[in-house]
Design a protein around this ligand. Structure first.
Ligand SMILES: [Zn+2]
Length: 416
């Protein structure tokens, strides 16, 4: 069984061509403006106590092995901003000089400087003649911030290693060309699959103009779709909690809200909560939104059908509403596009019938990109509580299904 990150890939962060030396020196570097970080690899011994390891360059000058290591580190630090960067991608940057990390940075959120800027600031004068590793091609255009290619050239880095080209066909490889034209050695396509995986939603959004849509549901051992999560899945560190942290929006059945305090909420520390999109095909007055804190209430939106809008229940006063003749997947995707969301999770809980029409439409339009199926360790023979066969996706085949294990949860992940 392959265990990989739904959410945090299983990195090997020990550089293969480096010797390890358990030194006593403790060099501290800053990572961007946000936190202090010990730039030398930080490992835990068998008892969970941290020890510091000093790394030294080995005899091999093989770029490729070291390049992979530092790009994996870029991806790891990029993920610190998971769920916070839309519509931008997650990007990490590491500056390495004489075999030592002298600067690190990641893009924290839209409007903030890019990863390269933080890493170069962190490295200061040490960036001169250094190698800059960056998980995505440096930008070469003026947006909210000046181009990162200019910052790299100004810092006089000698070499730039790029995980993957910018997926935007209009600007793709322009950053690389600019650096090469200025005499910088550039290597492209290191750990490319990992880098693509990091930003699969951003890449999809960039190439199609639509949000990346993922379907999640749980099944019992006999294949019945069941209306529940496995033990610990929604607790901090559980797969469901981490999933919610990754997504900009989650589409849910109103039945899920009817049971008190079951608004899908990530328990990860500092998580940017997804917008909860409630598909209300019944009368609005039948909605029963529990009393919720204002920070959760502000992240709810109710999609209703005009003919079914009744006298609004006082419980949805102040909650944003979108009313259309017939709720369609396109309505939801257009709304998400206006919000500049990269990804949307359709969560099959509550009353599955509420979402089945949406799924049929999604299947017809090829609008589903990814599926996650949690396998629960029991036999469901009763066909009650929303337990059902999922017929809306008949005919769809998922590719590259892989099992992942997050704590005690087993989840199958694949792509349509
Ligand atoms: Zn940039």
């Amino acid at each position: 069984m392959q265990i990989f990150g739904l959410l945090a890939p299983n990195y090997n962060l020990t550089p293969p061509n480096f010797t390890l030396d358990h030194g006593s020196s403790r060099t501290e570097f800053k990572v961007g403006p946000f936190r202090s970080f010990r730039a030398l690899p930080f490992r835990k011994n068998d008892y969970g106590a941290a020890r510091r390891i000093r790394i030294r360059c080995g005899v091999s000058g093989d770029h490729e092995i070291d390049d992979g290591y530092y790009i994996r580190r870029c991806v790891e630090i990029a993920r610190k901003a998971v769920g916070c960067t839309s519509p931008n991608p997650m990007v990490g940057c590491v500056i390495v000089k004489d075999g030592k990390v002298v600067g690190e940075g990641f893009h924290p959120k839209v409007g903030q400087p890019h990863a390269e800027v933080f890493a170069l600031r962190d490295a200061g004068d040490l960036a001169e003649d250094a190698t800059a590793y960056v998980s995505l091609e440096p930008c070469n255009h003026y947006g909210r911030t000046p181009p990162c290619t200019e910052a790299l050239l100004k810092a006089k880095v000698k070499r730039v290693v790029v995980g993957m080209e910018d997926p935007n066909p209009i600007v793709s490889s322009k950053g690389i060309d600019k650096l090469r034209a200025a005499g910088v050695e550039v290597t492209v396509g290191v750990e490319e699959e990992l880098c693509r995986n990091l930003n699969e939603a951003y890449i999809h959004q960039m190439l199609t103009g639509r949000s990346f849509v993922t379907l999640r549901y749980s099944i019992a051992l006999n294949g019945q779709v069941v209306n529940q999560l496995g033990e610990g899945a929604d607790k901090s560190g559980g797969y469901y909690s981490k999933l919610l942290q990754e997504y900009d929006a989650v589409v849910i059945s109103p039945a899920l809200l009817a049971s008190k305090l079951s608004v899908p909420t990530s328990q990860e520390p500092g998580a940017n909560q997804p917008l909860r999109i409630i598909m209300s095909r019944g009368l609005d007055s039948a909605l029963n939104i529990p009393s919720l804190p204002s920070d959760i209430r502000s992240k709810l939106v109710v999609f209703s059908e005009r003919k079914r809008v009744g006298e609004p229940d006082p419980s949805i006063a102040g909650v944003e509403r979108v009313v259309s003749d017939k709720i369609s997947l396109n309505d939801i995707l257009e709304y998400c596009q206006l919000q500049r969301f990269c990804n949307v999770l359709v969560d099959l809980r509550g009353n599955i019938n509420d979402l089945e029409g949406l799924l049929e439409e999604a299947a017809e339009q090829n609008a589903l990109q990814k599926v996650l199926v949690e396998v629960l360790p029991f036999w469901d023979g009763n066909d009650i509580n929303g337990s059902t066969q999922l017929t809306a996706l008949k005919g769809l085949n998922a590719k590259n299904m892989k099992p992942i294990v997050v704590r005690q949860s087993i989840v199958l992940v694949g792509y349509f």
